[in-house]
Design a protein around this ligand. Structure first.
Ligand code: MLT
Length: 410
């Protein structure tokens, strides 16, 4: 008899964003003329930077000429892209990361799930609560958890609350955990981590032999010079952290797909028989076996992010979304909402009014304002009573959505 991976049966309902889409589509089916504005999933709306499009156009031409045509590329990504990433994103910030420690991929979401391939089943795992659901669901799928309780918390995971009560600061666990997921600037709360806070995590991880999975997909939104963009800005991080980054949110590649994962060669773990193993070797082996690399055309587009024109264009995009976030914060605060995040981050985290649950508020916004956001409870039990509003949309839509919400809730 065929056996399935029954861990999938432990997963709660649908993945959050398809579940929201399902509810919105049901509403649209009944209200086909409703002028819906989506501030839910953090999907970019503005066109790809011209520098990236031009580079991709040239790359398409390369593919049409036998002399410049490319077949399979290196599974780890082309050297010319990895060199630019290393120099620009890491070395320029004083992080001693080499091109060979960078693995180009098709998404930070994919990599944060796939990384579990190289880890065993018996690790203790900590996530923040609320949290980007991919970290939890991929551990459930891999059989690393027990069942979910009524709050949606899975047995076997350590949940670290980040709420207004602790100023959205992830407290270091008192017990020892093996794998720790951190995401800063934070999805969903928009909270940031200071160098001192990350240093405390790095020291904890090195002292306990833990590995930090550091998701820096939103680092480009940091405008405060004192905040770290990479965990490798913290001394000691190369022996305890893997970092995930993406071209999705800075350069609008959500549909184009390009990201990167950094696995420092200094990152080692000891096997059950006492042998020291480099995680880089395992990840390299995993990628070479299960992945054939990102397309040449897309990697050329990503490379153009690092050109002078590309840098200016992505700055414009980021400033644009940050201005949207500032408008959302200002408008909602003006009518009395408690609002967090939205500075150094593209997400605004809002306390639901009148004690409404996250999903009740979702329904009210959808029905009364035709605005879609993301219920905080979809990110974890501690997200109940909160709501995430994404700044990724056109300026007109942001103004219109705020007009509708502030009129409905003033
Ligand atoms: C989100 O809305 O949380 C993100 O768009 C999800 C993602 O990047 O996969």
């Amino acid at each position: 008899m065929v056996k399935i991976n029954e861990n999938y049966l432990k997963l709660k309902a649908g993945y959050l964003f398809p579940e929201i889409a399902r509810r919105v589509n049901a509403f649209i089916a009944e209200n086909p003329d409703a002028p819906i504005i989506k501030l839910g999933i953090g999907d970019v709306t503005e066109p790809l930077p011209a520098a990236c499009r031009e580079a991709m156009t040239v790359a398409v031409k390369d593919m049409g000429d036998r002399q410049t045509f490319k077949g399979y590329g290196p599974e780890q990504g082309y050297g010319w892209l990895r060199e630019k990433i290393a120099a620009h994103d890491f070395q320029s910030r004083g992080c001693d990361i080499e091109a060979s420690e960078i693995f180009v991929s098709d998404g930070a979401k994919c990599d944060t799930g796939n990384i579990l391939d190289i880890f065993g089943k018996d690790n203790t795992i900590a996530v923040t609560d609320p949290v980007y659901p991919v970290y939890v669901d991929t551990n459930v799928m891999a059989g690393h958890t027990g069942d979910a309780d009524d709050d949606g918390k899975y047995g076997g995971l350590t949940y670290i609350p980040i709420t207004a009560d602790n100023d959205f600061v992830a407290q270091i666990p008192t017990e020892k955990v093996d794998l720790i997921y951190l995401c800063f600037p934070n999805n969903p709360t928009g909270a940031i981590a200071t160098k001192d806070q990350l240093k405390a995590w790095v020291d904890y991880a090195n002292a306990n032999g833990s590995i930090i999975f550091f998701d820096a997909a939103y680092e480009a939104f940091i405008t405060d010079d004192n905040l770290p963009h990479s965990i490798y800005e913290i001394e000691g991080a190369k022996t305890c952290a893997i970092e995930f980054r993406s071209f999705s949110k800075n350069a609008g590649f959500t549909g184009t797909r390009c990201a990167l994962t950094v696995v420092p060669k200094a990152l080692k773990v000891t096997t059950s028989n006492g042998e020291e193993v480099q995680l880089w070797t395992l990840w390299n082996r995993r990628q070479s076996t299960k992945f054939n690399g990102v397309s040449y055309i897309v990697q050329r587009g990503a490379e153009a992010v690092y050109s002078e024109a590309g840098q200016a264009q992505i700055k414009e995009l980021i400033d644009f979304y940050l201005e949207n976030a500032a408008i959302i914060c200002k408008e909602l605060k003006a009518v009395g909402f408690d609002v967090y995040g939205g500075v150094n981050a593209p997400y605004v985290w809002v306390k639901t009014p009148d004690g409404l649950t996250s999903w009740d508020f979702f329904d009210k916004l959808l029905i009364n304002c035709n605005v879609v956001g993301t219920p905080g409870s979809g990110f974890g039990a501690a997200g109940e009573g909160y709501f995430r509003i994404s700044a990724f949309n056109s300026r007109d839509n942001v103004h219109e959505a705020m007009k509708r919400i502030t009129t409905a809730f003033k």
